[in-house]
Write a protein that binds this ligand. Sequence first.
Ligand SMILES: [Zn+2]
Ligand SMILES: [Zn+2]
Length: 269
Amino acid sequence: MATFYDTHAHLDYPDYQKDLPEVIARAQAAGIAGIISIGTSLASSERAIRLAGKFPIVFAAIGWHPAEAMKAPSGLRPALRELAKNPKVVAVGEIGLDYHHLPSEKPGGTAADDARYQQQQAEIFQQQIEVAIEAGLNCIIHQRDAFDDTLAQLKPFAGKVRGVFHCFGENADRMRRVLEIGSLVSFTGIVTFKNGQNVRDTLAATPLDKFMLETDCPYLAPVPYRGQRCEPAYVREISEVVAKVKGCLLDELSAATCNTAKEIFPKLR
Ligand SMILES: [Zn+2]
Ligand SMILES: [Zn+2]
């Protein structure tokens, strides 16, 4: 059976509190060789590490999500440096910039609030890029409605650290700009959606050795599970559509994406 990694899953979310062992067992039965559980805060990162200690196929990424930036402590570095030492921590993430919901959209929110929010996002993004470089880890990048700023902030570190722009939904030109700084992209179940043609077009233009697969579960369940809770086993359904778009065999897709994952996250086994 062709094997795959789920390079982006939120296994610490309450959605899996009741049946995580079954979720993991279904992933293994579906040929999932490893799952990276993503951190969105220090507490979430610690939970990801605990899960990685409990389940051999689970690995952890540690990081503070940009949408939660205002809740971040003033200095993230010391705590992250400590967590990064764990042998199953394979990446720093998810980190980046997210301008999708700005404070000014809410009643009473002002342009000054937006500026403060974006400044705080940039500040913690910077801290976390620096920790990743010190720790010799690469980054899992989250950006929403903030592509140019995210790329611009990461670019000065090209050559020192690489990012995976996860849940990639941008056009082929933007994909090439990501590859130009040595970074990669990863694709979710959106590639299976009827209205996902723009993402399939970008995937078609992405070289076979420059992307990975992910679920971003519990979100974005692929067809035929769309709208339900997503889980790592569904990388299977994603991989079948991806192989079709790339015009390659499942085994070729497996070899390429697993090699890429192990190359960018060397602590992954
Ligand atoms: Zn994300
Ligand atoms: Zn995520």
